[in-house]
Design a protein around this ligand. Sequence first.
Ligand SMILES: NC(=O)c1ccc[n+]([C@@H]2O[C@H](COP(=O)([O-])OP(=O)(O)OC[C@H]3O[C@@H](n4cnc5c(N)ncnc54)[C@H](O)[C@@H]3O)[C@@H](O)[C@H]2O)c1
Length: 398
Amino acid sequence: MKDTVNVGLIGTKFMGRAHSNAWLNVAKFFDGSVPEMHTVAGRNAADLAEFAARWGWANQSTDWRAMVSDPDIDLVDIATPNHVHAEQAIAALEAGKHVVCEKPLAGTLADAMAMTEAANKADGRTFVWYNYRRVPAVALAHQLVQSGTLGRIYHVRAAYLQSWGGPDTPLVWRFQADVAGSGAHGDLQAHIIDAVRFVTGEEITTVEGAIEHTFIEERPLLEEGGGSEIAGAGAGGSKMGKSSVDDAVLFLGRLSGGGLASFEATRLATGYHNANRFEIHGERGAIRFDFERMNELGFYDATNGATAGWATIDVTRGGDGHPFADAWWPDSHGLGYEHSFVNEAADILAALGGGEPVVPLPDFADALRTQRVLDAAIVSARERTPITIDYDTPGGQS
Ligand SMILES: NC(=O)c1ccc[n+]([C@@H]2O[C@H](COP(=O)([O-])OP(=O)(O)OC[C@H]3O[C@@H](n4cnc5c(N)ncnc54)[C@H](O)[C@@H]3O)[C@@H](O)[C@H]2O)c1
């Protein structure tokens, strides 16, 4: 791989901004290949011009297909709603590009399987923006559990709690099943399923007791030209439209190492705004994480006998080997949401340059495993039955 990686981005709103910020800043903080912000593709020419000028994209295109087949582009970055991930990723892979796609890998299991099949046939590498893996506290949790610090895992409790989805929130694409695939489930649960798989190194083998629920059946329709970002959703018009996704999904699962896990994702957890949380209890200790206090990791060392107690680790200390910390600021100068994307951009560039990421990067095959759990939970909820996932068979469930 050459030292410069020409990036082509599709999508210019929430994730388009987060990814642009990552490509803009990564080489200022990390050594390695340098991304060139070659082309941004989107649907609205006027918006694109403003976006490209603001973020430093050299070119812009209203034709993403032309962009992904441009011989100058090395890496296609997909920051669009879930229903177009498959056609965009497959077109880019067929054009010989590396692809980094937003999560969930797709809105449906069928799309995610087609994407993984295309990735298996392609020369390009694939990556998925499960960015929370690169929050330093989550990366440290992964390192601690993988080095055996907790011993055998008994219990995992994961929850992703937000509260922006009340009745006044308009019918943005996130509430449309044909675009999003699912609601809080694909949006939020996908992150905590990935986090549990990443930190424990175990797979979720069965899903039981799943509940899928839609509290708010109708939402205000967006006025023509209304924004689609959460933060910019604004007030809808007076007409109402039907929400076709869940507002909350809960389920239980069994882990491949024999432990038990519970998962909860909701957009209606009044009082929580981005509480992406997990707790893991093992035979020798436990860890707990909450993104609303993202620079901290809770750790309980059960081998300390009478002095055992929860410690709060400030995961910002490069000198103590905290992952990613030495690229940033002195100790206890905290990091934010955006750093997880910059950290992932750095690891993608390292991988493309033949190096090792700080912690493992998810590719399409890896993200397909998360998608299979998402799918199994919905089947379990709708059929009111436990589902066993057969990872050796494409799409296999019983
Ligand atoms: N990793 C994270 O933390 C995180 C957070 C939010 C969203 N996401 C994921 O990122 C993706 C995008 O979400 P978002 O919040 O940025 O959405 P958004 O609505 O804010 O932006 C979507 C962008 O895609 C463009 N777009 C829509 N359809 C298109 C099409 N057919 N062709 C080309 N461009 C199209 C829109 O114009 C817009 O620029 C989703 O898959 C979502 O699940 C991930």
